[in-house]
Design a protein around this ligand. Structure first.
Ligand code: FE2
Length: 352
């Protein structure tokens, strides 16, 4: 039977080859010959950028390039598995930005959501839609989609932050728009901390009609986040894979701060050895305090304050802490949940 089958296959093969060629002229291909692997994960690989390596390069950039020339003086973190993409993962972009005293990053807006996580220095501010907020280390600062924004620095030392955007998602959909503001900066038209006053005290305007899918807050200050994490660390429970992990919430909806990006902070006790975990959201992590390691199978990255690393979708990892540690992170989980794709798995025993 099998011999008969193979001889008939051989007989039909020239006709099949002609058929394939005919289909190609019609921009069509047979599904039954597709070799694409239909499974979770993609080409992104685990990678880490140590602050001790990146900080000197940012300071060199500050000597070599002005903000007038660069508009944003940023080193993009490109995943080694996605060469040429300029993306850290297939769904999120990451960069390290440095701004010097007196400099201005001119005003613009884009259809993509952006956020900053401040790593070092004080005296820099971010202006969004007429409100100016000062940024300090550990602060998570938002620039929601299509909002005018510029940055400046009235302090005395370089300020460095981690930039995150959902550019790959907008690019995927062909919905990337961008425009420059008429002037270098926008006027400050709102009171100091106005967004915090309106939306940051567990109270909302009765007739709130924002229309925005992003959080109305401009900044989630680190001192408050840290205090909450440490209080919760004493209350428990501690998740076996993630320690005490919280998500930043949009106070108007209870959802994520952005329609595409979910943002998290977690506390790990000294000596924590996390269970093996994987999820479909590609995650970027940044060590805020302490030291630890993250293991992807046999590949282990040691991390300390300021280091940034990525956990690609559905690749199993274990996070450990040598000392008490705090880790900031963000991922495409907001988009995946909205679309019904998101899954996670904590593996038992020595799996993964
Ligand atoms: Fe921007």
């Amino acid at each position: 039977m099998s011999a008969q089958k193979s001889s008939s296959t051989a007989a039909v093969e020239p006709e099949r080859a002609r058929y394939r060629a005919d289909l190609l002229t019609l921009n069509a291909k047979p599904l039954w010959e597709r070799t694409m692997v239909m499974g979770p994960g993609n080409d992104a690989v685990p990678a880490i950028w140590h602050y001790r390596d990146m900080r000197p390069q940012l300071l060199r950039a500050a000597e070599l390039v002005t903000t007038e020339e660069a508009e944003r003086r940023v080193l993009m973190l490109e995943n080694p598995g996605l060469p040429g993409s300029t993306y850290i993962l297939t769904s999120v972009y990451s960069g390290l930005q440095i701004i010097l005293p007196g400099e201005i990053a001119r005003a613009h807006r884009h259809s993509t959501n952006a956020m900053r996580f401040i790593l070092e220095g004080g005296g820099a501010y971010s202006s969004v839609e007429g409100e100016r907020v000062m940024m300090n280390p550990g602060d998570f600062v938002l620039t929601p989609y299509w909002t005018w924004h510029d940055h400046g620095h009235v302090g005395s030392e370089p300020v460095i932050w981690l930039d995150a955007l959902d550019n790959p998602v907008a690019k995927f959909f062909g919905a990337m728009f961008r425009e420059n503001y008429a002037g270098e900066t926008q006027p400050v038209t709102r009171a100091p901390n106005e967004a915090e006053t309106r939306y940051g005290a567990h109270l909302l305007p009765v007739e709130m009609k924002s229309g925005s899918r992003s959080s109305p807050l401009m900044l989630y200050p680190y001192d408050r986040t840290r205090e909450t994490l440490l209080k919760l660390s004493r209350l428990g429970p501690v998740d076996p894979a993630q320690g005490v992990k919280l998500r930043y919430a949009n106070p108007a909806s209870g959802g994520y701060p952005f329609p595409t990006i979910a943002v998290f902070i977690q506390w790990l006790p000294a000596g924590f050895a996390g269970a093996a975990y994987r999820a479909t959201d590609g995650t970027v992590m940044c060590c805020v305090e302490g030291q630890g390691s993250i293991a992807f199978g046999d590949r282990v990255f040691q991390f300390e304050k300021g280091d940034v690393w990525c956990c690609p979708p559905w690749i199993t990892y274990r996070i450990s802490a040598a000392s008490e540690a705090i880790v900031f992170s963000y991922s495409d989980r907001a988009a995946q949940e909205a679309l019904g794709f998101w899954r996670e798995e904590t593996l038992k025993g020595n799996q993964g």
